[in-house]
Design a binder for this molecule. Structure first.
Ligand code: PLP
Length: 401
């Protein structure tokens, strides 16, 4: 029995009582523990680009620090960065977007979290993808909302969720979260699917958070489409994007959201009272990224695509595993249900038995049972070595009868 005295100071607020860490960080900690004991682990768990930040971006950041650009900025971001994002996104999508619709934050995560906080009241229901990025459920809970997981159809490569969204609408539904390209499945929603989701949002007067952080990692010939482009969606969409994945800038902490200006003002206020602002030199590095680095981004995408092809081919060569070639992001989501074991126990065994850190599909929701998530943003040689170990492990396992 727990002997901790249950006085008032030992009670946490409801908002955090059920909060769970991201599975990736839990597995990373377990992998690092093994490394500290001398084991050699190959990391396919954390969603982090294996590349360095392009040097032009890094140099701009360093130069900005040297120039003393180390002060507070306006909470919603530097005017020049907001303006550039508004102009570039407007040109790309063929829309009129103004700087007051753009809010800059330390990473994309605050642009998921703070708009949710600004829009969700106790009991409001928010529909989000299952399997999906774990922070969606957390941000809905912390905001006092009710998370409503929408099970994606594995028979349709986890892409078709129009019918399942429709079935989950109630009078309390206030928002739908979508993510394309998707973490963990890599699925990219096509225009028809986006239009179908938009029609539900319009019919039921709902907000849509469209997490497009992996947009630059959509593999040709598939094209990325933004929810913002669907007619009538600009007034009810929060587009979330950032630099972490596309520009290998995870640790710089730089993301942004594009939303109606009234909401942007409220999100700016939440920014003032929570993080204050985003580091000034990071924002200058972001400006450099927007002006100079399209070629590097495309080069990185092409390398990821070749690594995707490699890992999909190697996985499908393992008897019993089925793995689709995803159209975006840098994850694969192979079906390993043939073993008849839980995803968690397979992921644990791969880490402990052969030193490969992967995530169980269930780290992304109940619908992930029977799957693993592998991040292939890693070096070619490491991927081959990881696949040799994974293949050898699977070959030794008894099959479900
Ligand atoms: C789907 C998705 N959205 C948002 C984020 C957060 O990005 P950032 O590191 O810029 O906060 C991640 C990071 O893994 C992600 O996978």
């Amino acid at each position: 029995m727990d002997s901790t005295p249950q006085t008032k100071i030992h009670r946490f607020a409801r908002a955090v009582t059920d909060l769970e860490p991201e599975g990736a960080y839990r597995t990373l900690a377990a992998a690092q523990q093994l490394e500290s004991q001398g084991r050699q682990i190959i990391h396919l768990e954390i969603g982090e680009p294996g590349f360095q930040t392009p040097s032009m971006i890094a140099e701009r950041g360093i130069e900005s620090i040297r120039q003393g650009k180390t002060r507070y900025t306006p909470a919603a971001g530097l005017a020049e960065l907001r303006q550039t994002i508004a102009e570039q996104t407007g040109t790309r999508l063929g829309l009129k977007i103004t700087a007051d619709q753009v809010v800059i934050g330390p990473g994309a995560k605050p642009l998921l979290f703070l708009p949710t906080l600004a829009l969700i009241s106790t009991g409001d229901e928010v529909i989000y993808p299952d399997p999906g990025f774990p922070s969606y459920e957390a941000m809905i809970r912390v905001s006092g909302g009710t998370p409503v997981p929408c099970r994606m159809d594995s028979n349709q490569n986890f892409s078709s969720h129009y019918e399942t969204i429709e079935q989950r609408i109630t009078p309390r539904t206030r928002m739908i979260v979508i993510n394309s390209p998707c973490n963990p499945t890599g699925t990219v929603l096509n225009l028809k699917q986006l239009e179908a989701i938009a029609s539900i949002a319009i019919e039921h007067d709902l907000w849509v958070i469209s997490d497009e952080i992996y947009r630059n990692l959509t593999y040709p010939p598939v094209q990325h489409h933004s929810m913002l482009c669907i007619p009538e969606m600009q007034e009810r969409t929060i587009l979330v994007d950032g630099f972490s994945k596309s520009h290998a800038m995870t640790g710089w902490r730089l993301g942004y959201g594009i939303m109606p200006s009234g909401l942007a003002e409220k999100v700016g206020l939440l920014m003032v009272h929570s993080v204050g602002c985003t580091a000034e030199f990071t924002q200058h590095a972001g400006l450099a990224a927007l002006h100079c680095c399209e070629e590097q981004t495309i080069a990185m995408r092409d390398i990821y695509q070749s690594r995707r092809d490699l890992i999909v081919q190697r996985l499908n060569q393992i008897d019993g595993i089925h793995c689709e070639a995803p159209s975006g992001a840098f994850y694969v989501f192979p079906d390993v249900s043939f073993l008849g074991r839980s995803s968690q126990s397979i992921a644990d065994a791969l880490l402990h038995d052969v030193g490969v850190a992967v995530l169980p599909g269930t780290a992304f929701g109940a619908a992930g049972e029977g799957y693993l998530r592998l991040c292939y943003a890693n070096h070619h040689d490491n991927l081959h070595q990881a696949m040799d170990r994974i293949e050898a492990w699977f070959q030794q396992q008894p099959r479900k009868s």
